[in-house]
Design a protein around this ligand. Structure first.
Ligand code: SF4
Ligand code: SF4
Length: 473
C-alpha cells in the first residue's frame, strides 16, 4: 500500500485530525506551521510551573504586544513562500491579551498577504479566562482550533494554575470552555502533567470524559533547576525547588518539585491507555497515542518530541525575534528577526535586540525565512540526534527518538536520554500490541473492528468501545 493510500485511510478514521493535520512541518522556506506569540510570555495567570519563569529576565519589561508592522512583516515574509495550507499557531503567555481588535487586524493582514489559493488555519492556545461571546463568535467565524489549558480535576487545576491573587482559576477556565461550546468552536484540552495530577490517572480520565473532552494532550511539566537555582529553595511561589534527591542529581542540576517522576509518568500513560483503549479509542484522540500510531502507519511521528530532529517549530516572539522552538527562547538560540538579520548578534534581552530605528525602517515583505541563521537553525534541529546509549540500542528508538532535549539532563546540556525514559520504557511494551493491532488495519486500508482479540486484552471482561456519541450541537 502506498503512503497516499495510508494517508487517505487516516483521513477517514475518527482519529484523523490529530493524525494528519497537526504540526507536520519543517524548517525550510516551505514550512507549513509557524508559532507566533502576540504578547510574548505575558499572562493574566501566575501558574507556578510556568516554563517562562526562569527566562523572564530576557524580556525587558516593556509592554509586550506585537506591533502591527512586526505582525505584517511576519506574515508578508512567510505566507507567499509557504505551502498551500498553512497553520498559524497563536501562543503565549496568554495570546488573547493582545485584544480582539489585534486579532481582527491580523485576519485582514493574512488576507492581504496570503496567496489566492492558500488556506490559512488558525490555532490558539489559551487559558480561556478572557473569552467572552464576542471572542467566541470571532473564533467560530474564522474556524480557529482552540487549545484550552486545563489540568484535570478542579482541585489539581487550582493547585498550580492560579490568578494574580493566588486563587484557583478552574471556574474561569470552565466558563471559557462552556462559551466555546456554546458557539461551536472546535477545541482540545491541554493538560500539564505534574506531581499532583499524575498520581490519579483514572480520576483524571473520568473527569476528562465527564466534560466530554474529545481531543486531549498531556504535557509533562519537566523543568530544571541549575546548580545555582537549586540552592534557592522556595523560588517562585515555593514550587521551584529541587525535587527530592532520589529523583536525580545531574552535576547539581535537579528537576523541579512539581515535575512528575518517570515512574509516575509511565504508570499514568499505561492506565490512561487502558481506559482509552477499552471504551474511547474511536471517539477520543490522545495526542501521544496518535503520534505512535502515526509512526506505525506513516513512518513518522506527528509530534516533534518523537521525531528525529527539532526542525519545524519556528517561533516568532512578540518583537519579531525568531527562535527554533518556544522551549528555547534564549539569546543563544536566536535565529534571526522578521525585520532582518540583526537579532542574532545582540544578546541580553529580547526587546532591545533590534534597535528601534531598524524596526521602523525595515521593509514589509522581506524574505526573513531565507535570511535566518541557517547554520544555527541546523545546529538547533540536530542536537536532538546527539544521543548515545541507552537510546542507540533501545528497541523503542524509532518511536521515541530520545524524547525532547528539554527533558534531557540539564535541559540537554549534559549527555543522556530524556529523564522520562523509564516512563516510555514502561509504556511502549504495555501498549504496543494493541496499538500495532490498530495500525495493522489502518495500513491495509481498513477500520479496526470493534471486537478485540481476547489475547490483547488485559482482562477478559473488556470488549468493544462505546458507540460514537452524538456530536454536540
Ligand atoms: S526542544 Fe522539544 S518541544 Fe522544542 S522542537 Fe525539540 S522536541 Fe520539540
Ligand atoms: S525509551 Fe529511553 S532509551 Fe529508548 S529511545 Fe526513548 S529515551 Fe532512549
Amino acid at each position: 500500500m502506498s503512503q497516499a493510500d495510508a494517508a487517505q485511510i487516516l483521513k477517514t478514521h475518527a482519529l484523523r485530525r490529530s493524525l494528519t493535520e497537526r504540526r507536520e512541518v519543517d524548517l525550510s522556506p516551505k514550512s507549513s506551521m509557524l508559532m507566533i506569540k502576540p504578547v510574548g510570555a505575558a499572562c493574566n495567570l501566575r501558574c507556578h510551573y510556568c516554563y517562562y519563569l526562569p527566562v523572564m529576565g530576557i524580556y525587558d519589561g516593556n509592554a509586550q504586544r506585537m506591533r502591527e508592522e512586526t505582525l505584517e512583516a511576519t506574515l508578508a515574509g512567510y505566507l507567499p513562500e509557504s505551502n498551500k495550507t498553512v497553520t498559524l499557531s497563536w501562543q503565549g503567555g496568554e495570546p488573547t491579551l493582545a485584544g480582539l481588535d489585534w486579532f481582527k487586524r491580523m485576519i485582514e493582514l493574512v488576507d492581504k498577504h496570503r496567496r489566492p489559493d492558500q488556506r490559512v488555519v488558525h490555532c490558539l492556545q489559551t487559558n480561556g479566562t478572557l473569552l467572552d461571546d464576542e471572542w467566541c463568535a470571532f473564533l467560530r467565524q474564522h474556524e480557529f482550533l482552540i487549545g484550552i489549558s486545563l489540568d484535570g480535576l478542579a482541585s489539581d487545576h487550582n493547585h498550580y494554575r492560579v490568578t494574580t491573587d493566588g486563587s484557583g482559576s478552574y471556574a474561569q477556565v470552565m466558563r471559557g470552555l462552556e462559551l466555546l461550546r456554546k458557539h461551536g468552536v472546535e477545541h482540545n484540552i491541554l493538560m500539564v502533567l505534574n506531581n499532583k495530577n499524575v498520581v490519579h490517572p483514572k480520576e483524571v480520565w473520568r473527569e476528562l470524559m465527564r466534560i466530554e473532552a474529545r481531543w486531549v494532550q498531556f504535557i509533562p511539566a519537566v523543568e530544571w533547576l541549575s546548580p545555582d537555582d537549586a540552592e534557592r529553595v522556595n523560588r517562585h511561589d515555593g514550587d521551584w525547588h529541587a525535587a527530592p534527591a532520589d529523583l536525580g542529581d545531574w552535576k547539581g542540576w535537579h528537576t523541579a518539585s512539581f515535575s512528575p517522576t518517570p515512574e509516575q509518568y509511565g504508570r499514568f500513560l499505561c492506565e490512561v491507555f487502558d481506559l482509552w483503549f477499552e471504551k474511547h479509542r474511536y471517539e477520543v484522540s490522545v495526542r501521544f497515542f496518535d503520534s505512535v500510531l502515526n509512526t506505525l502507519v506513516m513512518g513518522r511521528a506527528s509530534e516533534c518530541i518523537y521525531s528525529h530532529s527539532c526542525a519545524g517549530q519556528v517561533t516568532i516572539e512578540h518583537d519579531g525575534t525568531v527562535f527554533g522552538c518556544d522551549h528555547y527562547v534564549q539569546p543563544e538560540w536566536r535565529l534571526g528577526h522578521v525585520h532582518g538579520g540583526a537579532a542574532r548578534t545582540v544578546p541580553l534581552t529580547i526587546n532591545s535586540s533590534v534597535p528601534e530605528q531598524e524596526r521602523e525602517s525595515a521593509p514589509i515583505g522581506g524574505r526573513w525565512m531565507s535570511g535566518l541563521d541557517r547554520a544555527r537553525a541546523t545546529e538547533f534541529a540536530d542536537r536532538k540526534l546527539d544521543l548515545g546509549e541507552p537510546c542507540a540500542s533501545c528497541d523503542w528508538f524509532q518511536l521515541c527518538h530520545g524524547g525532547c532535549p528539554k527533558h534531557r539532563p540539564a535541559r540537554g546540556e549534559l549527555p543522556g536520554p530524556t529523564v522520562l525514559c523509564d516512563g516510555y520504557r514502561t509504556f511502549y511494551p504495555h501498549a504496543m500490541p494493541r496499538l500495532q493491532w490498530i495500525a495493522n488495519f489502518l495500513k491495509q486500508g481498513q477500520m479496526p473492528p470493534e471486537q478485540v482479540p481476547a489475547e490483547l486484552l488485559p482482562s477478559t471482561k473488556k470488549t468493544a468501545p462505546r458507540k460514537q456519541r452524538k456530536k454536540r450541537k
